[in-house]
Design a protein around this ligand. Structure first.
Ligand code: FCB
Length: 460
């Protein structure tokens, strides 16, 4: 990394960190399979629900798809080299279920399994710990055709998939996560129709929530059996849920959104019950013994955090509330996401207080619409400011007692950002999608320097 733009030197606070973090604190980066791999039909990969959804007109900005994405499937060695230059200690990625099991269950696809062997071995050779997430939204289409998250059998299908992954990679991978952001893919897929399978149906949503929770329990058991020393978690997005207006109805809507968004998964998984707002609705789907099957001992809490969420009362909406925007006066990122580092600090403290598990921030980062300047550089000052302010909030939370042990930037690379397609870029590394050229942005240089400086800090 040769670029040393002067913006890296502007802030004296870079080196005088407000609160030193322990030497063992893990700095990492995150990605997910569908967003970066491409190679959608290579080596026997089956279709995923995102392949299907992207082909439905009007679903994705610009008609984009993940067919090629960052072509990481073929360029993973270059991407590992980029991570090595960043100096990250860990890399969180996800495995594509349809690459390993093209039909979702049944015979595994050896070339797909071999791809993750190569990736994991390459990471270990580079001194980077692989953190493996089983499900980052790319369900095999074949399982959707059999009912997807709407049917109870899926807990078993997921458990079998988890066993396959754990047996194959458990000799080299210690950190496993079952699900990424279950509340996002269930609420957006079954409540708001923004993600596949594109439904707005409350009873389908409730079934999906419960079956994902059962699958989590089955997945934890399968990993634990195959890899007794594994460190297992689920990754939850947690953000303050706020009312759009000052009415009592909006306040109730925000509480309901909070139940779906922040608590429908961690509460049953970690505390053994559904949030009070949802419990009566869940009664129809819960079978005897289910809550015990869901509540499994895990070892850490994966926390993804971006912006607060807002709700407005809406009696006609299937869930009784509508998704709302942040107030117009809110500070926003270039893609319009609210900036509120204090909310991040408060969330870390709240998650610590409620669940008492070591927290790893598995996603946090800033999106932008970016192009290189005439010199071919991407001087992403706003992302650097974002990382500084959210890093500061994290340090405040640690100083106030939150047990936070690692932080993974979303994302290593610009990638396929779901409904926004390739328009919104979150990478520390710029990707020219026409040529697949990678260019580390100024934020990549900043992050590398910060990690290096942290390693130099005296042990507190
Ligand atoms: C999270 C997703 C991740 C990425 C970021 C920006 O909700 O887990 O895949 O899209 O948002």
């Amino acid at each position: 990394m040769t670029l040393q733009p002067e913006i890296l030197d502007k802030s004296p606070s870079d080196r005088r960190v407000p609160q030193p973090l322990p030497r063992e604190f893990i700095w990492g980066v995150s990605t997910s399979s569908y967003q970066i791999e491409g190679a959608a039909t290579a080596d026997g990969r089956g279709a995923s629900i995102w392949d299907t959804f992207c082909r439905q007109p009007g679903r994705i900005a610009n008609g984009d798809t993940g067919d090629v994405a960052c072509d990481h499937y073929h360029r993973f060695a270059e991407d590992i080299a980029l991570m090595r230059r960043l100096g990250v200690r860990a890399y969180r990625f996800s495995v594509a279920w349809p690459r390993l099991l093209p039909q979702g269950s049944g015979p595994p696809n050896e070339p797909g399994l071999a791809f993750y062997d190569r990736l994991i071995d390459g990471l270990l050779e580079a001194g980077i710990e692989p953190w493996l997430c089983l499900y980052h939204w790319d369900l095999p289409q074949a399982l959707q055709d059999r009912g997807g998250w709407g049917v109870r059998d899926i807990a078993q299908w997921f458990g079998d998939y988890a066993a396959l992954v754990a047996r194959r990679y458990g000799d080299r991978v210690r950190h496993f996560a079952t699900f990424n952001e279950p509340s996002v893919f269930t609420l957006f897929g079954y409540g708001f129709a923004w993600h596949p399978p594109g439904l707005t149906d409350r009873s389908a949503l409730l079934r999906a929530i419960h079956h994902v929770n059962l699958a989590h329990g089955a997945g934890v058991d399968a990993i634990r059996n195959a890899v007794p020393g594994a460190a297992i978690a689920a990754i939850h997005n947690v953000q303050p849920s706020r009312p759009a207006g000052a009415t009592a109805e909006d306040a109730a809507a925000a509480r309901l959104l909070d139940a779906y968004w922040n608590r429908a998964f961690p509460e049953p998984q970690l505390l053994g019950h559904y949030p009070a707002e949802l419990a009566p609705l869940m009664e129809t789907v819960i079978a005897p013994g289910d809550l015990e099957r869901i509540r499994r001992k895990v070892d850490w809490f994966g926390l993804n955090h971006y912006s607060p969420v807002y709700a407005r009362a809406d009696g006609h909406a299937p869930l009784g509330f509508a998704w709302a925007d942040a107030p117009s006066e809110a500070r926003r990122s270039p893609i319009g996401w609210q900036l509120d580092p204090a909310a991040f600090r408060d969330t870390l403290l709240e998650v610590h207080r409620r669940y008492r598990l070591p927290i790893y921030v598995t996603e946090n980062g800033a999106g932008a619409v970016e192009t290189p300047n005439a010199a071919g550089e991407i001087l992403d000052r706003e992302r650097i400011e974002y990382l500084k302010s959210y890093g500061g909030a994290l340090r405040e939370a640690v100083a106030a007692g939150a047990d936070v042990r690692g932080y993974f930037v979303w994302s290593l690379l610009d990638n396929f950002e779901w409904g926004a397609g390739y328009a919104n870029r979150f990478g520390l590394v710029y990707v020219d999608f026409a040529t697949q050229q990678r260019i580390p942005k100024a934020s990549a240089h900043w992050y590398a320097r910060m990690i290096h400086a942290e390693a130099m800090e005296p042990v507190p």
